[in-house]
Design a protein around this ligand. Structure first.
Ligand code: NAI
Ligand code: MG
Length: 352
């Protein structure tokens, strides 16, 4: 029987509710599909920082590196400086493990009415591929004399040819397995150096995939199009910050931020990949047992798919669809189900 070693980092807030819930579903799927998940849990994050002065121990990355994959919730706590979670955990892992693909599907689930009243499941089914290691989020800058009248601050984006080429290849190859359409969401009409270069390199790569239709769209138009005509999208390739913002909008048109899954993927498999819902630690609803666990459970399915357990992954997604179809949804979607009931319903589907 195949065994996979999974590092589990629930993190903070609702991470401690949705991640254990997701694990129950993953274990049920493993049992059914005859493989095992060997779980080791790490209590890292902003609450850990309050006690230890760090988001993870010094050997955190080398510990995580031993695993086949990382199953993650979210980090962040209202009592901790909110610039630290990304710097000391999320970006740190994504960068150290060359998880340069942030894979974020946007798909309307059956039984859920999108806030876009005229749009159906057929219209909302695309993937945002967010460049995850470079761009606007490299934290390359400085604040100088902040309290003086001449205070100034900079954050300089970084785009490399190698970084753009690899995310472009990933996106075109993904499109070949889908509806064969790539939209580059950019803002090169105003960021005339960094994003003009981004466009140029993506266009060069696009020529190598003549079976895939290539379009370029500015982000302002793309945000409007998410709402007015989401059916035009299949695979979106975009930069780190634009992808961050657009994927929350993607979650919103699915009906809730609590539904969106994601994978931080190292396609070469030199390092473990990390799977997490698109949302944060949601301190406003933590501890009540009402968080929507679908984004976390679906992220778990993406993890199984990445590990090669495709049938188990598809089974979980079918279980999610059967659950929403029956109207078993949490309060964020207007339902009454608790976090645990969503998992129970999906596990029931797995055993039916
Ligand atoms: P958030 O995504 O945590 O919450 C935004 C809104 O969506 C809140 O009203 C929340 O209740 C709701 N929501 C989110 N997930 C939900 C779920 N599963 N079920 C039902 N409702 C849900 O974003 P916010 O409030 O901007 O950030 C809170 C903390 O999370 C901050 O400390 C932030 O830094 C951190 N964060 C961490 C991320 C990560 O670890 N990858 C990503 C985004 C934010
Ligand atoms: Mg985000």
């Amino acid at each position: 029987m195949k065994n996979y070693k999974i590092a589990v980092v629930p993190g903070d807030g609702i991470g401690n509710e949705i991640v254990p819930t997701g694990l129950k579903v993953l274990q049920a799927a493993a049992e059914k599909h005859k493989f095992t998940l060997e779980i080791e849990q790490f209590p890292w994050g902003a609450c850990y920082y309050k006690q230890h002065g760090a988001f993870m121990p010094d050997n955190g990355l080398s510990t995580l590196k031993q695993f086949d994959a990382i199953y993650f919730g979210a980090v962040g706590d209202p009592e901790v400086d909110d610039t630290l979670p990304a710097m000391l955990y999320t970006f740190k892992v994504r960068t150290a493990f060359h998880q340069y693909v942030n894979y974020r599907p946007v798909k309307l689930l059956p039984g859920i009415e999108s806030p876009l009243r005229y749009k159906s499941q057929q219209d909302i089914d695309f993937v945002v591929i967010r460049e995850n290691n470079e761009g606007e989020f490299v934290q390359n800058g400085k604040i100088i004399h902040p309290d003086q009248p001449y205070g100034l601050a900079t954050d300089t984006s970084v785009f490399t040819r190698a970084g753009i080429e690899r995310i472009a290849h990933y996106s075109f190859q993904l499109a070949q397995k889908r509806r064969k359409k790539v939209t580059n969401v950019t803002k090169s009409n105003t960021l005339i150096n960094s994003l003009a270069y981004w466009d140029r390199v993506i266009e060069e790569v696009s020529v190598q995939y003549p079976d895939v239709t290539y379009h370029k769209m500015y982000v302002d138009n793309a945000s409007a199009s998410f709402v007015l005509k989401p059916e035009v999208f299949d695979v979106i390739v975009t930069t780190n910050m634009i992808g961050d913002i657009l994927s929350d909008l993607g979650g919103a048109i699915m009906g809730s931020l609590g539904l969106g899954p994601s994978g931080n993927i190292n396609p070469e498999r030199d390092f473990p990949s990390m799977f997490e819902p698109i949302h944060g630690s949601a301190p406003d609803i933590a501890g009540q047992g009402i968080a929507n666990p679908v984004g976390a459970i679906w992220s778990g399915a993406l993890m199984l798919e990445h590990l090669g357990e495709t049938a188990a992954a598809q089974d979980i997604v079918k279980g999610i669809e059967a659950t929403t179809q029956k109207g078993i949804v949490t309060v964020d979607l207007g339902g009454t189900a608790k976090t645990a009931e969503i998992a129970d319903s999906i596990i029931n589907h797995l055993s039916s």
